[in-house]
Write a protein of this length. Structure first.
Length: 288
């Protein structure tokens, strides 16, 4: 067991911790009273799963434009396909209305999914939930966190097996956060963490590049090695290293600019919710 394992809750402890946070479940009456005091069917959060036609159009237009930009970039680099050369018609209010099939409101399912997404935003995405004894309530990162939340919700009865969906909460509220203000859900989560003496560390999102060169097989150690091939390989490795360092420098510059730009905008909803509950900034905000 490594040192990191000694600093985190065990899996049974994590389950017990979530049982303590949500004794009546993710969609229990206590949760609903917190996030939708006027009822789920009258809550602005309902739009997360039942957006307006106008919102659907806005999302489809953004997706369409992103796809067109990607196609243009591929064409510029000579990697496009014939399909990329054919402009696609933008979605319209009429086309969205024609293709839209409203679904019925499923309160428990909707609340459970939204709370699970927001828990991913708090517990994953590189952030840390710290227990009163200093250990980390580490449910995993990214897909691992999604798998934990799904497993927690779909724990089978003794003697039964049930296959979960490890992608269920992957990337949290990325698809719903633009449809409603999720502050009430984050605040509900932070109130429960605060009540048990836990804390939260915010980590500003960054892009990084991973160097996998150490995993490459050494040419000198391979059968049939020749000095000529070795010299060519060394030149290629040097070129790859230079490109890697340029990319790493570009990403570092981009991360620095993103931090500066973040200070010109309101804090993320998670940070604002934390501030409203704890009365101070979380560790890690503002980003250094």
């Amino acid at each position: 067991m490594n040192a990191r394992e000694n600093e985190r809750l065990s899996d049974p402890e994590l389950v017990a911790f979530f049982d303590r946070l949500f004794p009546l479940g993710f969609a229990g009456p206590d949760v609903l009273a917190d996030i939708a005091p006027d009822g789920w069917d009258r809550s602005p959060l309902l739009a997360c799963f039942h957006p307006s036609i106008e919102r659907i159009l806005e999302e489809q237009l953004q997706f369409h434009r992103n796809a067109e930009e990607l196609g243009e970039m591929l064409r510029r680099h000579g990697k496009g396909t014939p399909a990329d050369d054919t402009p696609r018609a933008e979605p319209t209010l009429e086309s969205v209305t024609r293709e839209h099939h409203p679904s019925s409101v499923q309160q428990d399912d909707g609340v459970t999914e939204l709370v699970g997404q927001c828990l991913w935003d708090v517990f994953s995405d590189n952030h840390d939930v710290i227990m009163p004894d200093g250990r980390i309530a580490d449910i995993g990162s990214f897909r691992g966190a999604s798998a934990f939340l799904d497993d927690y919700l779909t724990r089978a009865e003794p003697g039964h097996l049930r296959r979960g969906d490890y992608m269920r909460f992957y990337l949290g509220s990325i698809c719903t956060s633009g449809r409603a203000d999720l502050m009430p859900v984050y605040a509900m989560i932070f109130r429960r963490l605060h009540a048990v003496g836990a804390d939260w560390i915010y980590h500003f999102p960054e892009l990084h590049v991973v160097d996998l060169s150490a995993f490459k097989t050494e040419h000198e150690a391979s059968p049939g090695y020749s000095p000529t091939r070795g010299a060519i390989a060394e030149l290629e490795a040097r070129k790859d290293r230079e490109e890697f360092e340029r990319l790493r420098a570009d990403l570092a510059d981009g991360n620095a600019r993103a931090r500066e730009e973040a200070m010109d905008r309101p804090p993320p909803a998670t940070v604002r919710a934390y501030q409203s509950v704890f009365g101070r900034n979380p560790h890690g905000w503002p980003p250094a």
